[in-house]
Design a protein around this ligand. Structure first.
Ligand code: AP5
Ligand code: MG
Length: 220
């Protein structure tokens, strides 16, 4: 399956993507995680991305699309992938369509995670991620690690993302509404959008997402 996950910052895209990717046996491709891995390796791409990310803005399309394309062309993505955080504006969605068409492929679904602003703000405020792998995500109240400050998965140090500061979160939400939300209409025109509520326990949301994808896969 080829799936795009969309939703505001803090809706739980990364949390759900990890679980869904495992259940569906497809790789979880997060452009945010790819940028953060570049930042920790201090690559030129990482340095460039950090300046945009810390301001809550999108990293320029040219570098983002090239990075996403490169990842989607890895052998493990041959039979499908779950995209988290890409595409994030209409021109990225057009670039993805073009790429898929060249390969004679298409998306199966765009899963839209809906969550009200007060909830995403609470989720982001308590989020802690792993220094070794930013796809390992916890929350000080809702998803506590067994040992405070230590990643359950790999023992890495947990920390708060630089772009989770209050002002930056406000900017990221604004960017989501102005630049990312329009892709929902873009994909609605292709009949691909499945919207679910991101409220409730993590497992409950995963169940809801699997049901919705199954229904969609059946053509309902
Ligand atoms: P990115 O890393 O993609 O951030 P985002 O889209 O803002 O989304 P988040 O990662 O903040 O939230 P999430 O929905 O993944 O929530 P999570 O699962 O962590 O992008 C960061 C930046 O990179 C962008 O601002 C941009 O600069 C750049 N970038 C990335 N992609 C780009 C692109 N394509 N083009 C240009 N620039 C790009 O959950 C949040 C918290 O809630 C966690 O603590 C979690 O434990 C908790 N939680 C999750 N589910 C539940 C639940 N059901 N109940 C209670 N708590 C929950
Ligand atoms: Mg994320």
């Amino acid at each position: 399956m080829r799936i795009v996950l969309v939703g505001p910052p803090g809706a739980g895209k990364g949390t759900q993507a990890t679980r869904l990717a495992e259940k569906l046996s497809i790789p979880h491709i997060s452009t945010g995680d790819l940028f953060r891995a570049n930042i920790s390796r201090q690559t030129e791409l990482g340095k460039l991305a950090k300046s945009y990310m810390d301001a809550g803005n999108l990293v320029p399309d040219e570098v983002t699309i090239a990075m996403a394309k490169d990842r989607m062309e890895q052998p493990d993505a041959e039979n499908g992938f779950l995209l988290d955080g890409f595409p994030r504006n209409v021109s990225q969605a057009e670039a993805l369509d073009e790429l898929l068409t060249t390969e004679d492929m298409r998306l199966d679904a765009v899963l839209d995670l809906e969550a009200p602003e007060d909830e995403v703000v609470k989720r982001i405020a308590g989020r802690r991620i792993c220094r070794k792998d930013s796809s390992h995500v916890f929350h000080v109240t809702y998803s506590k690690p067994k040992t405070e400050g230590v990643c359950d998965v790999c023992g890495g140090e947990l920390y708060q993302r630089d772009d989770d500061a209050e002002d930056t979160v406000r900017k990221r939400l604004e960017v989501y509404h102005t630049q990312t939300e329009p892709i929902i209409d873009y994909y609605k025109a292709q009949g691909l959008v499945v919207t679910i509520s991101a409220l409730g326990a993590v497992d409950e949301v995963t169940g809801r997402a699997m049901e919705a994808l199954k229904r969609d896969g059946d053509g309902a």
